[in-house]
Write a protein that binds this ligand. Structure first.
Ligand code: GDP
Ligand code: IMO
Ligand code: MG
Length: 413
């Protein structure tokens, strides 16, 4: 059965949620395999906009099931809020949601720690303050709490006490919430999820089902925020590549296709290198027209031009087969378009960074292309072909508007 992944190729917010939503009805499952509520994936349904932070972006009115996989860090309170909103609009929605008990939880202390670390840092990362870094830190240092401990209340309390003591000794008063209170709240959240009809699946059972059925793996963030290959340390704390599906027990070689989503320009929230960033009237117009404000934090996104060296790098790093371009409608009517074709670095000119280190201090070299009025404009076709040639990947679909149905196969245009 068909398996595909849809991932972001820039610094996140490429429009993955919308694209996943568009394709989701053709799949039995949509699986989130990394990240947590730092993600903000926007979808439209019944004329209303929804932002999924933890829920997979499946179409609410379909039979598709959603799976929150083992690589995620889950904030139960946030998840309940999202499920309640969806259930209010679509009966039976919660019963289509499965959680892998191998996933880890984000605890209130992780969010406090995230905020505290950002406030104390000499070079803050500009995190979403959703507790992501601290939750993954606890996971790899073998102090995290897996979802399955929700079902063993004595052990849960014991583990919470240990974490609390350690965090309190490190951060003092910045760490609030007594462990007994956190345990009570987690257990009542677990009960609420059970009452809603959410499945706490046995990991191996669901893996078996996923293997036999069709699956769309929904990436979070983007390759340049990847913990290993992004612009470290200005990255998130998980895998943003298609390869990240390995944590769900699948090999990337089982994927029939990896789609990379690319915005026709570039945005970034938070700090860190961004070679094509421009602070000008034109990028302010792009920010307003494209509503470039963080879906999770509401922060204005930094805006710049399409960066082909970065896109080549992302495609190679994540074995992208073909691309889906979004938001070219935002650039319509703004005049000539700049595209970064190469970087000047300390070592000369490069068309593709050899490592994430090369993004620091890279100077963009631009090509100017004529702008377009609409999707049928020959200048737009030229832009699309220019990108395809530069990154040696086909752009198979084009999204030209925020609504889910505004996706066109290349052959339709
Ligand atoms: P994600 O994190 O990759 O899912 O992207 P976000 O949802 O954070 O940000 C993408 C924003 O662009 C959302 O507000 C989408 O509704 C919107 N969007 C997606 N595709 C298009 C498009 O083709 N055109 C326009 N104008 N907006 C789009
Ligand atoms: P989606 O899935 C854009 C950024 C934050 C910060 C850095 C680390 O919607 O594309 P974190 O809270 O993860 O520790 O923050 O990563 N970041 C995102 N930027 N889109 C996202 O997700 C992001 N998730 C994290 O702004 O710079
Ligand atoms: Mg987003």
């Amino acid at each position: 059965m068909k398996k595909i992944a849809i991932i972001g190729t820039q610094w996140g917010d490429e429009g993955k949620g919308k694209i996943v939503n568009y394709f989701s009805s053709d799949f039995d499952w949509v699986v989130r395999y990394s990240g947590g509520a730092n993600a903000g994936h926007t979808i439209y349904f019944d004329g209303t906009q929804y932002v999924n932070h933890l829920l997979p972006s499946l179409h609410p009115q379909s039979d598709t099931k959603g799976f929150l996989g083992a690589g995620m860090v889950i904030d139960l309170g946030q998840l309940i809020g999202e499920i309640r909103v969806m259930t209010g609009r679509t009966e039976g929605f919660a019963e289509r949601i499965y959680i892998d008990p191998e996933a880890f939880m984000v605890l209130p202390w992780h969010k406090q720690e995230d905020a505290f670390q950002e406030e104390q840092a000499s070079h803050p990362i500009g995190t979403t303050r959703r507790g992501i870094g601290p939750a993954y830190t606890d996971k790899v240092s073998r102090k995290g709490i897996k979802i399955y401990w929700l079902f063993e209340e004595d052990v849960l309390l014991e583990l919470l006490k240990r974490i609390y003591t350690e965090k309190r000794s490190r951060y003092g008063e910045a760490v609030l919430n007594e462990p007994e209170e956190v345990a009570r709240s987690l257990i009542s959240q677990r009960q609420e999820l059970v009452d809603l009809g959410v499945h706490f699946a046995s990991s191996l059972d669901v893996s078996k089902r996923l293997r036999e059925e069709s699956v769309l793996f929904e990436g979070a963030q983007g390759v340049l925020l990847d913990l290993d290959f992004g612009t470290y340390p200005y990255v998130t704390s998980s895998s943003c590549l298609a390869h990240g599906i390995a944590v769900t027990g699948f090999s990337p070689s089982e994927l029939d296709e990896v789609f990379g989503v690319v915005k026709a320009y570039t945005t970034r929230v938070g700090t860190g290198p961004f070679p094509t960033e421009e602070r000008s009237d034109i990028t302010s117009r792009i920010r307003e027209k494209g509503r470039e404000y963080g879906a999770t934090t509401g922060r204005p996104r930094r805006v710049g031009w399409l960066d082909l060296p970065a896109l080549r790098y992302a495609c190679e790093r994540s074995s992208v087969d073909s691309l889906i371009m979004t938001k070219a409608d935002v650039l319509a009517g703004i005049g000539d378009i700049k595209v970064c074709r190469a970087y000047r670095t300390g070592d000369g000119i490069t068309e593709m960074p050899a490592s994430s280190h090369d993004f620091f201090g890279a100077e963009p070299l631009y090509e100017t292309l004529p702008g377009w009025k609409d999707i049928e404009d020959s200048s737009f076709a030229r832009f699309v072909e220019y990108v395809e040639m530069a990154v040696k990947r086909q752009i198979t679909y084009i999204s030209f508007g925020p609504e889910t149905d505004k996706v066109y196969h290349r052959n339709e245009i």
